[in-house]
Design a protein around this ligand. Structure first.
Ligand code: ADP
Ligand code: MG
Length: 200
């Protein structure tokens, strides 16, 4: 991936998080502590501020550095988890990945998130979006299809009962609300997929 591409991806990711910060906050207010929008915005603005430095590195190093930055700046439960996602992706990916390599690396990165969070799909977390997106990647779905899969997967967390994170403290009362981390993950998937598609 060329330097300009990573800069564009960072801009697109930070833009969508900034544009939806209030929505993420509202979702986290319903069944969490209401900090997810601010957490994500703080983290992605910190990444945006150093976009040139990240984009100057080879992709694996850039992703590891972005992950480290997210761990340091997002905070909450989601900071270490999104940080792990990017760091593990950087560890597994090559400098100029084809789709097969990207799919493999993304799968390993999701496993790292699950290990870190002691979580799995079906527990109303970001994993409930990450996993179906990985499957769609493996099935060679188009960018538009992957975006639709991510949106549907976030929507599908509404009737779930939270079994991990703060929302799990609410038990059955967590049912009926979308998971904030699932929503932010779907937003990031859309930003990345549409940016890659537009500049492919
Ligand atoms: P906190 O819960 O500490 O306030 P955030 O509000 O930033 O942190 O993030 C909450 C999101 O993190 C949840 O919506 C969920 O998607 C995700 N999450 C929390 N715990 C876990 C876990 N153990 N495994 C996977 N994802 C998790
Ligand atoms: Mg929170």
């Amino acid at each position: 991936m060329a330097t300009a591409d990573l800069s564009r991806l960072i801009e697109a990711a930070a833009d969508t998080i900034a544009a939806h910060a209030d929505e993420l906050t509202a979702l986290d207010q319903a069944i969490g502590d209401g900090d997810h929008g601010l957490n994500m915005k703080r983290g992605f603005e910190a990444v945006r501020a150093e976009a040139d430095a990240f984009a100057a590195k080879p992709l694996p190093e850039a992703l590891k550095a972005i992950g480290t930055k997210l761990v340091m700046t997002v905070g909450g439960a989601s900071g270490p988890l999104f940080g792990t996602l990017f760091m593990a992706l950087g560890k597994e990916i090559s400098a100029g990945p084809d789709r097969a390599t990207l799919t493999m690396a993304f799968g390993k990165a999701i496993e790292a998130v699950a290990a870190r969070g002691k979580s799995q799909t079906g527990q109303k977390t970001m994993l409930d979006v990450l996993q179906p997106v990985h499957e769609a990647l493996a099935e060679e779905k188009t960018a538009a299809e992957i975006v639709a899969v991510a949106d549907r997967a976030a929507q599908a967390t509404v009737p779930m009962k939270a079994l991990r994170g703060r929302a799990s403290f609410l038990g059955d009362r967590s049912i009926g609300h979308m998971d904030a981390g699932a929503r932010s993950t779907a937003l990031l998937v859309r930003a990345v997929a549409e940016t890659i598609e537009r500049h492919a």
